[in-house]
Design a binder for this molecule. Structure first.
Ligand code: PLP
Length: 487
C-alpha cells in the first residue's frame, strides 16, 4: 500500500492540483491574507505531524476542490425533483449521483446524503424512527391524516408520546458516542436512556448481557456503533436482540464506514443488511468531505427523506458534490486495498504495543483503532496526550471502561490507522510508531502542581521530544502527504 495506490491521493494530479491551489490562495490572499496564510500553515502542519487521531483522515484533492464551488450559493431544500426552491436541476444531478454511489457502495435500498455532519445524521434518523413508529400510528389512532388537522389537546398528547420513548446505546466509557442518548447531547434530553457496556473482564461486548438489558428496558430504538471500541460487532446478533422486543435497530458506523465500504467488514459484521437505519460520517475512515450520510430500508426511507426541513437546514450542495466524488473513489477496487491496509496497520500497531508490554483495552484490535491503557505507565490520558504532542505525535485522550480518572483526564489514549495509511504507511511503519509512543510514555513522569499531585502536569525526560520528533520526521518524509503538491 502506498499513497500512489490510495484512490485520488497519489501524485497523478499533483501538478494540476498545485496550480489550482496556488490560484485559489492568490485570490484569497487579495481579500484576507491572514486566511491564506493559515491555510498554507494548516497544510504544512498536517504534513509534519504523525496524525493518529482515529476519527481523522486526508481527503483527496479531487474531494477537497469539489467543495470550493458555486454549489455553495444554492438553496435546495427538499429532495431530488421535489424542491421548495427554483432552478435546482444541477443540485438534483449532484444529490442523485451521491445517493446512487452510496446505495451501490453499501448495497442499501435507500441513501440520504444531506446531513451536514454525523450528529445531524443521527438526529434525522431518530426523528425518522419517531415519525414512523410513534407519530404515524398516533395520527391513525386519532383518525387524522395530517398533524395540522389535530386539535391542540390531541397534538399535545402526541407530543408527549414523542417525548416519552426509550433508547439504548453503548455506554460512553465502553466506547459509545454522546449522540447515543447522553444527557449533554440532545439525544439524552429526547429519550429515556439506558446503556449496555462491555464485559469488565475482557472488554468485549457481551451479547447475552446486552440481550438481558434490552429485554428488561424494552427500548424503541437499539443503537450499535462506537467511537472508541477496538473490536468488531456482530450486527446480525444485535438485530436478533432488537427484534426480540420489537426495537428499531440503528447502527452508527461513523468511525468504521471505510471498513464497511472496503469490504473488510462483511456478513454479520456488515451493518447495512442488518440495521433498519445506518448512519455515518463521510470524513473519517470513508475519506470523504466533512459530512453525514444515512442508509435506510424502504420502510424508513420516506421519513428520512424529510430530514430537511424536519431537522436540517438547506443542504450543503457543494459538500454533497464532494460526497459523490469521495464515494466514487471508494467504489474503486483500490479502496478495498486501502481499507484492508487500515485494518492490517491497526493490527501491527496493537502488536507493537503488546510486545512492548503496554496495556491495551481488550488486549488488541480487529478494526481501525487501538485503545492504550496508560495507567500501565503510571499516567493519566491527559498527561500522555500532552507528552506525545510535545514529541510530534497527535492523538487524543479517551476514557477507558470504568475509568479511574473520569471523562476529562481519562486513562486512555486512542490511536487510529486511517490517516497515516492514506499517506502510505505500512505495517513496519506502524510498529515503529508503537516503539516511538512507548519511548515517549516511558520517559514521562507525573508531576505535582502547586496543590499536590496533578492529573495534568508531567515532565518529559530531556532529549526525548527532540529524538522522537526526528524519528517521526523520517517516517513522514518517507510517506509524504499529497506527494508533488506545492503551493
Ligand atoms: C464522530 C462521530 C459522530 C459525530 O460526527 P460529527 O460529524 O462530528 O457530527 C457520531 N457518531 C459517532 C459514532 C462518531 O464517532
Amino acid at each position: 500500500m502506498t499513497a500512489e495506490s490510495t484512490p485520488g491521493l497519489g501524485a497523478a494530479y499533483a501538478a494540476t492540483a498545485s496550480e489550482a491551489y496556488r490560484a485559489a490562495l492568490a485570490v484569497i490572499e487579495s481579500v484576507e491574507p491572514r486566511i491564506a496564510d493559515a491555510t498554507r500553515k494548516e497544510l504544512a502542519d498536517q504534513r509534519d505531524s504523525l496524525k493518529l487521531i482515529a476519527s481523522e483522515n486526508y481527503a483527496s484533492p479531487a474531494v477537497l476542490l469539489t467543495m470550493g464551488t458555486w454549489f455553495s450559493d444554492k438553496y435546495a431544500e427538499g429532495t431530488v425533483g421535489h424542491r421548495f426552491y427554483a432552478a435546482c436541476q444541477n443540485v438534483d444531478t449532484v444529490e442523485a449521483l451521491a445517493a446512487e454511489h452510496a446505495r451501490e457502495l453499501f448495497g442499501a435500498p435507500y441513501a440520504y446524503v444531506q446531513p451536514h455532519s454525523g450528529i445531524d445524521a443521527n438526529l434525522v434518523a431518530y426523528w425518522a424512527i419517531l415519525a414512523t413508529r410513534v407519530e404515524a400510528p398516533g395520527l391513525a389512532e386519532l383518525g387524522a391524516k395530517h398533524i395540522n388537522d389535530l386539535s391542540e389537546a390531541d397534538w399535545e398528547g402526541l407530543r408527549a408520546k414523542l417525548g416519552n420513548q426509550r433508547l439504548m446505546g453503548m455506554s460512553l466509557d465502553a466506547g459509545g458516542h454522546l449522540t447515543h442518548g447522553f444527557r449533554p447531547n440532545i439525544s439524552g434530553k429526547m429519550f429515556h436512556q439506558r446503556q449496555y457496556g462491555t464485559n469488565p473482564e475482557t472488554g468485549f461486548i457481551d451479547y447475552d448481557a446486552v440481550a438481558a438489558a434490552v429485554r428488561e428496558f424494552k427500548p424503541l430504538i437499539l443503537v450499535a456503533g462506537y467511537s472508541a471500541y477496538p473490536r468488531r460487532v456482530n450486527f446480525a446478533k444485535m438485530r436478533e436482540i432488537a427484534d426480540e422486543v420489537g426495537a428499531t435497530f440503528m447502527v452508527d458506523m461513523a468511525h468504521f464506514a471505510g471498513l464497511v465500504a472496503g469490504k473488510v467488514f462483511t456478513g454479520d459484521e456488515d451493518p447495512v443488511p442488518h440495521a433498519h437505519i445506518t448512519t455515518t460520517t463521510t470524513h473519517k475512515s470513508l475519506r470523504g468531505p466533512r459530512g453525514g450520510l444515512i442508509l435506510a430500508t424502504e420502510e424508513y426511507a420516506p421519513a428520512v427523506d424529510k430530514g430537511c426541513p424536519m431537522v436540517l437546514g438547506g443542504p450543503l450542495s457543494h459538500v454533497m458534490a464532494a460526497k459523490a466524488v469521495a464515494l466514487a473513489e471508494a467504489r474503486q477496487p483500490s479502496f478495498r486495498e486501502y481499507a484492508q491496509a487500515v485494518a492490517d496497520n491497526a493490527q501491527s500497531l496493537a502488536d507493537g504495543f503488546v510486545k512492548r508490554d503496554a496495556g491495551l483495552v481488550t488486549g488488541g484490535t480487529d478494526n481501525h483503532l487501538v485503545l492504550l491503557d496508560v495507567t500501565s505507565f503510571g499516567l493519566t490520558g491527559r498527561q500522555a496526550e500532552s507528552a506525545l504532542l510535545d514529541s510530534g505525535i497527535v492523538t487524543n485522550r479517551n476514557a477507558i471502561p470504568a475509568d479511574p480518572n473520569g471523562a476529562w483526564y481519562t486513562s486512555g489514549i486512542r490511536f487510529g490507522s486511517p490517516a497515516l495509511t492514506s499517506r502510505g504507511f505500512g505495517a513496519d511503519d506502524f510498529d515503529r510508531v508503537a516503539e516511538l509512543v512507548v519511548e515517549v510514555l516511558k520517559n514521562t513522569q507525573p508531576a505535582a502542581g502547586p496543590n499536590g499531585p496533578s492529573k495534568a502536569k508531567y515532565t518529559l525526560a530531556e532529549g526525548t521530544a527532540e529524538r522522537v520528533h526526528a524519528a517521526a520526521a523520517e517516517l513522514l518524509d518517507a510517506n509524504p502527504l499529497y506527494p508533488g503538491l506545492t503551493l
